[in-house]
Design a protein around this ligand. Structure first.
Ligand code: ADP
Ligand code: MG
Length: 279
């Protein structure tokens, strides 16, 4: 479980806190999607989970973050990184090898994984991300989507209990984005991994996440199931989060008292809602 209690963090060089009185409990195995306008504190929230704050960025840290019973302020980054695997926003700066297999091997060889376990772990991680066929490829020759899957596989090979990803699909086309989310979901369900993914595409997250967290000015505006959050499409728009147009449309029908069902996440759900209204 992840428990964030009364967390406020101010970067040393900033006047305002980047995170402001955050309280959030994430049960094991939850798939969490985080979104919010630029500068709302999404990346800083991921740093609170993987220990980059307070361990790497100096500043004022109040409150507590506990992951799997470990207080992130009290454990060192190496120990924490065995529990929380992170894929940062700039994967090119995160990747260390030039061949796919070496990238996946790197963490395993450097974090004391027993030698006889390594080959199976590499096979499994590549299979989990659907990239077994890329094993011998040069990373520089891969597409953006393939590279992202390599970066994720390298982290999954370490079997983290929690996986944190900061905008993994920012530079991917819709088909590759969907593919990354499908693979992440399948992996998380199979292994009971908690996934926290920062993502601008709220429609995509609403499809896969158990919980959506919407950030505004360093605070949490909403943390609830997707349909519950999407019911507030007007407010989301006001704070810079774009909902699917069909969600907004069906919410208007709800506001007008024409439709009483839940908010819709996609065209299919909206079609069913409209058919229900017309019936
Ligand atoms: P988001 O990921 O939602 O765009 P960030 O967490 O990156 O938001 O930023 C939240 C706030 O913290 C912003 O005001 C940003 O300028 C500030 N901030 C982010 N990183 C740093 C840093 N390393 N040093 C100082 N201020 C930072
Ligand atoms: Mg960010």
């Amino acid at each position: 479980m992840i428990k964030i209690e009364n967390l406020t963090f101010r970067y040393r060089e900033s006047e305002e806190p980047a995170l402001h009185d955050i309280n959030l409990t994430i049960p094991d195995g939850t798939f969490v999607g985080v979104t919010g306008a630029a500068g709302s504190g999404k990346s800083t929230l991921t740093y609170a989970l993987n220990g980059i704050i307070p361990h790497c960025y100096p500043g004022d840290f109040y409150g507590s973050v506990t992951v799997e019973g470990k207080d992130t302020c009290e454990v060192n980054l190496t120990d924490l990184s065995c529990v929380v695997g992170s894929v940062c926003q700039d994967i090119d700066s995160q990747m260390v090898a030039s061949i796919v297999e070496d990238e996946v091997l790197y963490g395993l060889e450097n974090f004391g994984v027993p030698h006889d376990e390594i080959p199976a772990r590499v096979d499994q991680a590549l299979a989990d991300m659907g990239i077994a066929d890329l094993r011998d490829r040069m990373i520089a020759s891969l597409s953006g989507g393939q590279k992202q899957k390599v970066a994720i596989a390298a982290i999954l090979a370490m079997n983290p209990k929690v996986l944190v990803l900061d905008e993994p699909t920012a530079e991917l086309d819709p088909a590759s984005s969907l593919s990354v989310f499908r693979l992440l979901e399948r992996y998380a369900r199979q292994h009971g991994t908690t996934v926290v993914v920062v993502e601008q595409k709220i429609a995509l997250m609403a499809q896969f996440a158990d919980m959506l967290v919407i950030m505004e000015h360093g605070g949490i505006r909403y943390a609830a199931a997707p349909a519950e959050v999407l019911a507030h499409s007007d407010d989301l728009l006001r704070i810079g989060v774009n909902c699917p147009r069909v969600t907004t449309l069906v919410n208007r029908l709800r506001a007008d008292g024409v439709y009483a069902g839940p908010a819709c996440r996609n065209v299919e759900e909206a079609r069913d809602a409209v058919l229900e209204v017309l019936a």
